[in-house]
Design a protein around this ligand. Structure first.
Ligand SMILES: Cc1cc2nc3c(=O)[nH]c(=O)nc-3n(C[C@H](O)[C@H](O)[C@H](O)COP(=O)(O)OP(=O)(O)OC[C@H]3O[C@@H](n4cnc5c(N)ncnc54)[C@H](O)[C@@H]3O)c2cc1C
Length: 458
């Protein structure tokens, strides 16, 4: 039986980085990947979607060229085969980079197959059993397929199968109006598809504040995306070449006839076929591996990192998990999960950058707080760029003066949010930002102004 100091299952965002650190520390390491090196982010998540978002943005700007005084002859055409080829080449470069770096890493053995626990410290792969004192699980997550009547009889798409599309769906119906669904919605609308988004909750992106969700819905509707909230998909049926999606909303039934259906209603961890029960590793009711503040499972010597532990669902949270595990194991640095501040982005155009608490969370916590908002129409850089949709909002603790959270929906919101995030990590009072001199003309230059206009949260 091959024996290692450490076995890593999965090559997502934390596994490969940890393997490199362990090898550098002189450990004998094995890493197991059952499908595509680099996992979700590289192959079916962040990288391909942001590449496609960039193509969609280019199409949008070409259509708007006359707003900038630029004349384009004829109607712009989106060549979906070329769009996919661009996406594929960027994805392949990243995937091959991860694969090459692991396969050439001295001290690390790569196994290509499905890894499964057969005992507490034993993992089977391709008929071999690997023993190790330390095992790191980085198996990620996949799309939830809900038990909707008829869904199993239609050729539905997920974020993974969307990656194979090299044609324009005439009418894409998206089940789920949250982060993944909305990125695909705007991108395919800009490529030229009709798009309908069906969301069960009372507003889009249910975890966000209502005013943020309303503003997102408004700009999607401006692009003639059919947005339906408070709507439950009850049945899906093939009708010739089309797919009928039956919807119930406020007691009324209706149907949307599309050509393609994308299921984007959530994610579930890849822990159902991992033999966790053979190792006695505890999960919650949804299958997420339970971890403590240092990412340790209930079994000593076994850690879970990334989406499969349910403590984050982003590339940066998975990477941060790696940093926490490596710091504690190798650097005698007691970093903790609880040190982390919520931060993420929604990559619509304009994007939403988020840090810390939402306004709804602040209200629920009953904290005495101050709030300031600023419409992007007031930001000169946004006006100069002709991209004035959205608004910025920041909340601070009235007593400690520390920033509680921010939502920046607007031009460069995904970048500008880091101004706030770093001050939050520094635990500095907002007054530090108020006195900072920012560069003109940028979106960020308005943050000191906005912070200077805080009012009590009513
Ligand atoms: C459409 C979409 C867009 C996204 N966009 C963003 C974004 O813009 N920004 C962002 O931060 N996040 C984004 N995410 C989320 C992000 O992709 C994930 O959070 C990130 O990839 C972290 O994943 P991970 O490290 O947990 O594992 P993953 O990247 O999911 O990798 C897990 C790996 O483990 C392998 N594996 C699973 N089970 C086994 C097994 N039993 N044996 C061997 N190998 C196994 C899998 O094949 C996979 O390669 C997006 C996700 C989706 C779906």
């Amino acid at each position: 039986m091959p024996s290692y100091d450490a076995v890593v299952i999965g090559t997502g965002q934390s596994g490969p980085a940890l393997a490199r650190r362990l090898v550098a520390a002189g450990r004998k390491v094995a890493i197991i990947e059952r499908k595509l090196f680099g996992g979700t982010c590289v192959n079916t998540g962040c990288t391909p979607t942001k590449t496609l978002v960039a193509s969609a943005y280019a199409a949008h700007i070409v259509r708007r060229a006359s707003d900038y005084g630029v004349t384009v002859a004829g109607t712009p055409n989106v060549d979906m085969k070329a769009v996919k080829a661009r996406k594929d080449s960027i994805v392949a470069a990243s995937r091959n980079g991860v694969e090459r770096s692991l396969k050439t890493l001295e001290g690390c053995t790569v196994y290509e197959g499905h890894g499964r626990f057969v005992a507490e410290k034993k993992v089977a792969v391709n008929g071999s059993e690997l023993a190790a004192d330390q095992i790191f699980i980085n198996v990620g997550a996949r799309a939830v397929i809900p038990p909707i009547a008829g869904l199993d009889r239609v050729p539905y798409l997920t974020n993974s199968s969307m990656m194979d599309i090299d044609f324009l769906p005439a009418h894409l119906v998206i089940l789920g109006g949250s982060y993944i669904g909305l990125e695909f919605a705007q991108m395919y609308r800009r490529f030229g598809s009709e798009v309908t988004v069906i969301e069960l909750g009372p507003h889009l992106i249910p975890r966000e504040d209502e005013d943020v969700a309303e503003a997102v819905a408004d700009f999607l509707k401006d692009e003639r995306i059919d947005v339906r909230v408070d709507s439950k998909v009850v049945e899906v049926e093939k009708q010739g070449n089309a797919i009928a999606v039956k919807v119930e909303s406020a007691g009324k039934s209706s149907q949307v006839i599309g050509t393609h259906v994308l299921v984007a209603i959530g994610r579930r961890p890849n822990t159902d076929d991992l033999g966790l029960e053979r190792a006695g590793i505890a999960t919650d009711a949804r299958g997420y591996i339970q971890v403590d503040d240092q990412l340790r499972t209930n079994v000593p010597g076994v850690w879970a990192m990334g989406d499969c532990n349910g403590r984050g669902a982003f590339t940066h949270t998975s990477w941060n998990d790696f940093e926490i595990v490596a710091a504690n194991l190798l650097d005698n640095d007691r970093r903790r999960l609880s040190d982390r501040i919520t931060a993420y982005a929604l990559y619509t155009d304009p994007p939403l950058g988020r840090a810390g608490m939402t306004e709804a969370e602040v209200r629920k916590a009953g904290k005495p707080a101050l709030i300031s908002t600023l419409a992007m129409e007031n930001v000169s850089r946004a006006r100069e760029r002709g991209e004035t949709k959205g608004f910025m909002k920041v909340l601070v603790d009235r007593d400690s003066k520390q920033i509680l959270g921010a939502s920046f929906l607007g031009l460069a919101g995904d970048e500008v949010i880091h101004c706030v995030l770093d001050v939050m990590y520094a635990k500095a009072p907002y007054t530090v930002m108020q006195r900072a001199m920012h560069i003109h003309p940028t979106v960020s230059e308005f943050i000191p102004t906005m912070i200077g206009d805080l009012k009590p949260l009513q």
